[in-house]
Design a protein around this ligand. Structure first.
Ligand SMILES: [Zn+2]
Length: 372
């Protein structure tokens, strides 16, 4: 009787072991590993910006609409229901709230680190691509620490320390025309960076470390002739990261900012918003295409805050009549406290919640990076 009991116990254990192993295998298969993370930030892209692009495009599907998951994001900062790009950039980069104007420090003034810094420390390749001054608040939150976003020259000193593989944007004067007479571009060349002076110079670059600051401050706006600089820089950064990773056998983290959606929204300029949104949509398309052809790539499209409080009313007082023309109303020339859209695509797209905080995006990315 005793022997039979032992036999039964052993049999149960064996069944339990095989059942556990099978479930374990299935779980592993279902949780495909995120290797590459592409974070796309539309600065000032509130809930009406994507619908306005869809309307202007006469409902021909945009790249945004290819997203597999979407969320609404709360954006308040530590000291204001309406965030600025410094506090929001810090939340999206580092996963902690801080006060407006603060870069890479928490509300108590402690230094906090971005996912770009984490990715670099884990041996991943990294890139920053923007259409503004690279020392501007959003990109700065990914590599710098400053009590005030206006400390441009001090913010610039952090960029060479970031070790990012690819840096494309504007803001050259913060590196070359400084009150301390230092030329920070020399630090990049001493660290074997290829330096591109114009957007066309990047065409021939295929790998290695690259920095291209193509304007003294911001790049031109779309309506003032930026042309395809941002999508082009995004595609080139992906090519360089892919080649660098091939050698090292690593993944990458990249942040691209559609920086000037915010500028045009502050100006309540509907034409400018359309041009910047169309440009950002092209960037989204490039990232989604990359995810299609490179399994293990997650694309997160999000915003730091809404700018402009835009709404799309009917042009007719009697809206039961047929529509003609498009009109926009703006509730603000500044940022607003409304929730912003976030879209997810590729491997790991379903790991985000539906109504989330801006810090949750960074925290989830951090979790995925840690598993890398
Ligand atoms: Zn702004």
């Amino acid at each position: 009787m005793k022997t039979k009991n032992i036999f039964n116990a052993l049999l149960s254990l064996t069944i339990a072991f095989f059942a556990f192993t099978l479930v374990g295998c299935q779980t592993k298969e279902n949780e495909a590993k995120v290797k590459n993370i592409i974070m796309l930030i539309g600065d000032g892209m509130g809930p009406t910006h994507i619908p306005s692009l869809m309307l202007e495009e006469q409902y021909v599907p945009t790249n945004f609409q290819r997203a597999k998951r979407a969320a609404f994001v709360t954006t308040y900062s530590s000291n204001n229901r309406v965030t600025d790009s410094a506090a929001a950039g810090t939340a999206l980069a580092c996963g902690e709230k801080t006060n407006n104007s603060v870069i890479g420090l928490n509300a108590q003034g402690d230094t906090i680190y971005s996912n770009l810094t984490l990715a670099k420390s884990l041996g991943l390749a990294t890139a920053l691509v923007v259409s503004c001054d690279i020392t501007h608040a959003t990109p700065a939150a990914f590599y710098a620490h400053a009590t005030h976003r206006e400390e441009r020259e001090s913010i610039a000193t952090w960029l060479p320390k970031s070790g990012a593989d690819v840096i494309f944007g504007g803001g050259l004067s913060a590196f070359t025309q400084r009150s301390d007479n230092a030329n920070l571009m020399e630090e990049f060349s001493n660290n074997n960076y290829i330096i591109a002076s114009t957007i066309n110079e990047i065409d021939s670059i295929k790998e290695g470390k690259v920095i291209g600051l193509f304007a003294e401050k911001h790049l031109p706006s779309m309506i003032n002739g930026r042309d395809d600089a941002l999508p082009k820089a995004t595609a080139k950064a992906l090519e360089i990261l892919t080649n660098n990773c091939k050698e090292k056998g690593c993944g990458f983290f990249m942040m691209v900012e559609g920086s000037q959606i915010d500028f045009e929204s502050h100006a309540n300029n509907a034409k400018g918003i359309y041009a910047e949104m169309k440009d950002f949509d092209a960037v989204v398309g490039i990232a989604f295409d990359y995810a299609d052809t490179h399994p293990g790539t997650l694309v997160v499209v999000c915003a730091d805050h809404d700018t402009g409080g835009m709404s799309i009313p009917s042009c007719k007082t009697d809206f039961t009549l047929g529509e003609s023309g498009v009109e926009y109303n703006f509730g603000s020339t500044s940022h607003t406290a409304t929730m912003t859209p976030a879209l997810f695509y590729g491997t790991g797209a379903d790991s985000f919640g539906a109504i989330i905080d801006n810090t949750d995006i960074a925290k989830k990315i951090r979790e995925l990076l840690d598993k890398n």
